[in-house]
Design a protein around this ligand. Structure first.
Ligand SMILES: C[S@@+](CC[C@H](N)C(=O)[O-])C[C@H]1O[C@@H](n2cnc3c(N)ncnc32)[C@H](O)[C@@H]1O
Length: 209
């Protein structure tokens, strides 16, 4: 329906959507809520939002945190065009787009908080046929579905400042595996948050001080 109307509401903003990008889900607002809570205690500096799609998360944060610069990263050029339209329309200059793969182009020890809603479905996930209208590259990560989440955990250790939170959305059955990997990589204060349906939806950890 969102592709037909060309719009989708997210965090009280009416975003332009088109088939080049995922339609933002209301469950993802949980990631924004947690990011706002963590922002108060996070170090000074840029916030990186990875796989921005329409720009939904970056726009919400840019407007809620006007003193922070949001660096929104996206690999898909089609999605990037949609995000650029939305960011230009709905923000006042503190959100910037970067065309790159995850944190590849971000300098060491430069980021105050990392947020991501990456692809997290396994390549044989039974839900995929029902999602055929959305880009495969926005949905599917690899054989297990955890590949991009784990890549982001590894890269965040390089780019994030000590004390920076990493917050990631994931599938509702992936929380145990995501928390275990965060602990293995040395993140502190690891936890999980539930969405409005009571399902495990995001997990987070803090880069060691
Ligand atoms: C699940 S969608 C999330 C979109 C948006 N953040 C949201 O929550 O509605 C995942 C996004 O990650 C992007 N993506 C996939 N692989 C990527 C990579 N290696 N680097 C950066 N972005 C990537 C996809 O193009 C897609 O826009």
């Amino acid at each position: 329906m969102a592709y037909i109307t060309g719009t989708q509401e997210f965090w009280s903003t009416s975003l332009h959507v088109a088939p080049g990008t995922l339609v933002p889900r209301s469950d993802t607002e949980l990631l924004v809520e947690r990011a706002l809570e963590f922002a108060a205690k996070a170090p000074e500096g840029y916030i990186a939002e990875l796989g921005t799609g329409t720009g939904a998360i970056a726009i919400a944060l840019a407007n809620e945190l006007p003193d922070r610069i949001i660096v929104a990263v996206e690999l898909s050029v089609a999605a990037l065009r949609i995000a650029q339209t939305n960011i230009t329309t709905h923000t006042t200059g503190n959100a910037h787009l970067v065309n790159a793969s995850w944190l590849d182009c971000i300098a060491n020890n430069s980021i105050a908080m990392v947020l991501a809603n990456p692809p997290y479905l396994a390549s044989d996930d039974p839900h995929l046929p029902a999602l055929e209208h959305e880009p495969h590259s926005a949905l599917v990560s690899g054989k297990t579905g955890l590949e991009d989440l784990e890549h982001i955990m590894r890269q965040s250790l390089r780019v994030a400042k000590p004390g920076a939170p990493l917050i990631m959305e994931h599938g509702c059955e992936q929380a145990t595996a995501v928390r275990a990997r965060l602990i293995d990589y040395g993140y502190e204060d690891v936890g999980t948050g539930k969405d409005l349906a009571g399902l495990d939806r995001i997990s987070f950890g803090i880069v060691k001080q």
